[in-house]
Each structure stands twice: as structure tokens, then as C-alpha cells.
Design a protein around this ligand. Structure first.
Ligand SMILES: [Zn+2]
Length: 162
């Protein structure tokens, strides 16, 4: 782990804000959730790992262990939640955008030779794009295509050249 990685906050989300977790992964943040786990256990795990616990549950204080790092969100809209979180804990929206697998929460690896990506993607996609990334976990190949532009538009971000 580099020092830079240690400086970036990481997150544990409860089942009410999982969509926000996906956006955090899109921004390159380490974000985990487990809908099968009880809130009590999620908070314990967040405290153990030094993660920020994100929830919409406003009645945490009496029933549960105290989350050491806690942000309680009011909105039920994940884009608005991202704004709320950003107000509480300024986020970096640009430098790691689309560097992490949304499914696995693992950092993507750049495929250095475009030729090596050819067999993983549709020929039209391969022709149109120059940079491809692969998830070392699930093997999915990513590129900065229309889904990047659409997501950035939704989040109010500049996608850059895609
Ligand atoms: Zn993956």
C-alpha cells in the first residue's frame, strides 16, 4: 500500500445506499457493502478497517456500536447522496475516475498493447478506442466509451476525451 492510497478515504455502505457505493467505485474509491450482513456487523467491520460508514439510518446512535467515521445521508437519490457526501468529506471526482472495477472493487490494469484487448471486445469498439483496461478479478475489459460519458453527465462531471 502506497501512502497515496492510505490518504484516500474508504467506505462501508449499508443496504440503503448501495447505489452510492457504485458511484464511489466509479470515482475510484474503495467502497464495500454486504446486503446480507447486519448493520451491527457492518459498523464493526468499518471501524476495524478504518472505513467511513455511510447510511440513511438516522437512529444509529442508540441501537448500534458507534461508527468512528460516520456520514448520515438524507436524500434517497444516489446522485444527491454523492453531493451530500462531498459536502461532508470533499471527494476527488477526477483523478481516479473509472480506475476501479464496479463489480469487484479492484483497481483496473491498463492493457499496454491495444492488440491484446482485441479478443475481448467487439471489433467496432476495438477500432474506435485506443485505451483498454482489465479487471484482475473478473477479467472484464473496460474502455472509455459512451457509458463513461453517460455516467459523467449524470454525475455532472467532465468525461474528458472519450
Ligand atoms: Zn472485476
Amino acid at each position: 500500500m502506497g501512502t497515496e492510497a492510505n490518504m484516500r478515504p474508504s467506505f462501508m455502505l449499508d443496504h440503503m445506499v448501495i447505489k452510492l457505493g457504485k458511484y464511489l467505485r466509479i470515482l475510484g474509491y474503495d467502497a464495500v457493502w454486504d446486503a446480507a450482513n447486519r448493520t451491527h456487523d457492518l459498523i464493526m467491520a468499518a471501524n476495524r478497517d478504518g472505513r467511513w460508514f455511510l447510511t440513511r439510518n438516522t437512529r444509529l446512535s442508540n441501537e448500534y456500536p458507534r461508527a468512528e467515521h460516520l456520514v448520515t445521508l438524507a436524500s434517497d437519490d444516489p446522485v444527491e447522496q454523492l453531493g451530500e457526501l462531498h459536502a461532508a468529506l470533499p471527494l476527488d471526482f477526477t483523478s481516479r475516475l473509472f480506475t476501479r472495477c464496479i463489480r469487484c472493487n479492484i483497481e483496473l490494469e491498463f492493457i499496454p498493447h491495444k492488440e491484446d484487448a482485441r479478443r475481448f471486445v467487439h471489433p467496432n469498439v476495438w477500432q474506435k478506442h485506443d485505451s483498454f483496461f482489465r479487471c484482475p478479478g473478473c477479467g472484464t475489459v473496460f474502455w472509455k466509451g459512451s457509458h463513461v460519458r453517460n455516467t459523467c453527465r449524470k454525475l455532472g462531471l467532465d468525461a474528458g476525451p472519450v
